[in-house]
Design a protein around this ligand. Sequence first.
Ligand SMILES: NC(=O)c1ccc[n+]([C@@H]2O[C@H](COP(=O)([O-])OP(=O)(O)OC[C@H]3O[C@@H](n4cnc5c(N)ncnc54)[C@H](O)[C@@H]3O)[C@@H](O)[C@H]2O)c1
Ligand SMILES: [Zn+2]
Ligand SMILES: [Zn+2]
Length: 370
Amino acid sequence: MTTAELELTTARTSAQSPSATMKALIYHGPGKCAWDDKPRPTINDPGDAIVRITTSTICGTDLHILKGDLPAVTDGRILGHEGIGVIEQVGAGVSEFHVGDKVIISCVTACLKCDFCRRGMYSHCRHGGWILGNTIDGTQAEYVRIPQADGSLYNFPPDGDEEAMVMLSDILPTGFECGVLNGQVKPGDTIVIVGAGPVGLAVLLTAQFYSPAAIFMIDLDDKRLAAAKKFGATTLINSADGRAAQHVMELTEGAGVDVAIEAVGLPATFGICQAIVAAGGRIANVGVHGKSVELHMEKLWDRNISITTRLVDTVTTPMLLKVVRSGKLQPHKLVTHRFAINDIMKAYDTFRNAAKEGALKVVLTNSEPR
Ligand SMILES: NC(=O)c1ccc[n+]([C@@H]2O[C@H](COP(=O)([O-])OP(=O)(O)OC[C@H]3O[C@@H](n4cnc5c(N)ncnc54)[C@H](O)[C@@H]3O)[C@@H](O)[C@H]2O)c1
Ligand SMILES: [Zn+2]
Ligand SMILES: [Zn+2]
């Protein structure tokens, strides 16, 4: 056996050893999490792959989890559903990926075979869906187990940049599918995006595939609004005065907007969307909601509008990957802060205090295998 083969065998054995540990960000109930030791994941099912994380990031949904908005996430869960990594081990049933492949991890796990997957609704896959960092351990760790690996991983392109590619795990398909496609953005439309976080900005970037005439961006944070301007927003509205809806109605001479996209997940921001949608318009909800919202049917019943909700399916990831590779989408520009994965607690503080820190997407890197 050559030294290289011996090293590979040792690495594979240690990854399989139940006593081997790793560091991971562990959720301990609302408001509590810790970077701590956990057993390294092992292959549980023939369709699994074990991936050593090289890049991960934090999503607004992780903040919702920490607020207690998603009770399905229980004490002990490793958070995170975005990441890039290198495959350490594959189960016998994985045919498309091999040990050593560098991969993009999709936030949604898809078997590609069940009735929902066959309709392109991977988000509700009977053997997956959004489970990573939710009902199974996630990617804010040194290693992660990816079930249904053949349907849930993408090959990392040879010319790829990890900071750009990690945006394909979640925010680009989310912004595009839940916001732009569900909102049916068309050339010449006037659209509003409520929430200039990374997801709202992903809506902004991908809405421009369709040349809307005007894109209004609403947020409380002037720094994020300034970023939105750089990424193509035509009008910025700071909603801190509680008058965002009035501003939009004045700017549209009372007509309202063709598409109102909610990318925050609060009753107030969903309320803004209801107040500004034009007759015949669409409200596309993207935000994760932890509380019920008031639906003003007394005002909306005769407006010929539609309201959509969606958990990202990630069916558009292959297309978005091509657009990113072409350079026409440049999502690496959303990265404002970089941390070693060991400093994830600091990274959470930065992302949680985004307005003060001037943060958009915070990237976590894990360069050295232990
Ligand atoms: N549907 C899906 O599949 C899916 C997938 C990923 C993320 N999400 C959700 O998308 C939303 C956005 O994610 P993100 O990563 O951009 O989160 P984020 O927390 O970084 O951004 C939220 C933005 O909303 C702004 N905001 C808060 N309150 C506001 C108010 N009252 N008025 C106007 N703006 C306000 C904040 O300043 C911030 O810029 C979250 O709810 C997240 O859970 C949904
Ligand atoms: Zn997410
Ligand atoms: Zn399925």
